[in-house]
Design a protein around this ligand. Structure first.
Ligand SMILES: Nc1ncnc2c1ncn2[C@@H]1O[C@H](COP(=O)(O)OP(=O)(O)OP(=O)(O)O)[C@@H](O)[C@H]1O
Length: 265
C-alpha cells in the first residue's frame, strides 16, 4: 500500500530577502533564512557581519526595510495585541543576560510570563512570587538547585546566572529560541556546558538560532550559516562545511574566531 508523504512542516522562522540599511553599508542585504521545527542553526561571521541585526529582525525588534519575516507561517501582525502574542513565542538569550539583579531567581523566572499574565498578576508576583513548582521544575531541568529560587540574582555566580537566564527562557516556553553570542565571556568549560544545554532545547516543535564567534563549536548544530557584510555567504549542513569556506568568511577580519576545528574539511 502506498504511504502518504507527510506534508512539509511550517517553518518556525522564515526570513525572505531581508534588507536593512546601515550608516555606511547595509546591515543586512537580501538575507533569506528558514528554520524548520527541530532545526538547530549556528550563525557565524566576523565582527560587524550583521549577526545581531539578523537576530533582532528575527525576534521582531527591528523591522526590516525590505523583505518579509514570518513566524510559524504568519507575517508580523498589525495589531499590537496580536504582535505581543507572536513575540511571546520568541525567546532571546541576550549576551548581557538582562536579569534583574535585585530580584530573586523566582521573580526573574516569572518575568518570562509577563506577556501571558498581564500586569495585575505580574505585580502580584513581585509581592508574592507565584508558581513556585513550575519554577523549581525549570531549574531542575538545567541542573540548578531549586533552593536558589529565593536567592537574589546578584548573589549568583557567573555560571549560575547563565543558567538562570536560560531557565527564564524555558519558562517562557518559546517556539523560536534565539541567542546572541551566548558563549562570549565564558570560560571554555562553561561555554561547552551552556552550549550543550541550549542545543538540548532545540527539539521540534522548537527551533534554535544562535550566533557564535566560535566555528570550532558548531558540531552539535544541524546547519551553519555564514554571514559577511550583511550577506549570506553559505547556508549548509554542518558536515558539508569546508575549511576554505570558513577562511573566506573571516578573511581580512580582525576577529578572534579560530577557524581551526569543527569544519568538516
Ligand atoms: N543601530 C545601528 N544603526 C546603524 N548601523 C548599525 C547599528 N548597529 C549596528 N550597526 C552596523 O550594522 C553592521 C552589523 O552590525 P551587527 O552588530 O549586526 O554585527 P555583528 O555580526 O553582530 O557584530 P559583532 O560580532 O561585533 O557583535 C555593522 O556595520 C554595524 O556598525
Amino acid at each position: 500500500m502506498a504511504t502518504q508523504a507527510e506534508p512539509p512542516a511550517t517553518p518556525v522562522l522564515e526570513l525572505e530577502e531581508i534588507s536593512l540599511p546601515g550608516r555606511t553599508q547595509p546591515r543586512l542585504d537580501q538575507v533569506s533564512l528558514r528554520l524548520r521545527p527541530g532545526e538547530r542553526v549556528a550563525l557565524l561571521g566576523p565582527s560587524g557581519a550583521g549577526k545581531s541585526s539578523l537576530l533582532a529582525v528575527a525576534n521582531g525588534l527591528l523591522p526590516p526595510q525590505q523583505g518579509t519575516v514570518r513566524w510559524q507561517g504568519e507575517p508580523m501582525a498589525r495589531s499590537s495585541r496580536q504582535r505581543r502574542r507572536q513575540q511571546a513565542r520568541i525567546g532571546t538569550l541576550w549576551q548581557d543576560l538582562r536579569l534583574i539583579e535585585e530580584l530573586t531567581v523566582q521573580q526573574n523566572l516569572n518575568a518570562a510570563r509577563l506577556a501571558v499574565w498581564g500586569w495585575p498578576r505580574a505585580l502580584l508576583n513581585l509581592l508574592l512570587p507565584l508558581e513556585s513548582e513550575a519554577c523549581r521544575a525549570v531549574l531542575r531541568r538545567l541542573d540548578l538547585d531549586p533552593l536558589l529560587l529565593d536567592q537574589p540574582v546578584c548573589a549568583l555566580s557567573g555560571g549560575q546566572r547563565q543558567r538562570v537566564a536560560l531557565a527564564r527562557l524555558l519558562r517562557q516556553d518559546p517556539v523560536l529560541l534565539l541567542a546572541d553570542e551566548p558563549l562570549a565571556s565564558l570560560d571554555p568549560r562553561l561555554a561547552r556546558d551552556l552550549l550543550a544545554l541550549l542545543l538540548a532545547q532545540g527539539d521540534a516543535p522548537r527551533a534554535l538560532l544562535l550566533s557564535l564567534h566560535r566555528p570550532d563549536l558548531v558540531d552539535g548544530f544541524d546547519r551553519v550559516v555564514g554571514l559577511r557584510q550583511g550577506r549570506v555567504q553559505f547556508d549548509l549542513p554542518v558536515k558539508e562545511l569546508q575549511h576554505e569556506q570558513l577562511e573566506g568568511l573571516y578573511r581580512g577580519a580582525t576577529s578572534t574566531a579560530s577557524t581551526g576545528a569543527g569544519a568538516g574539511a
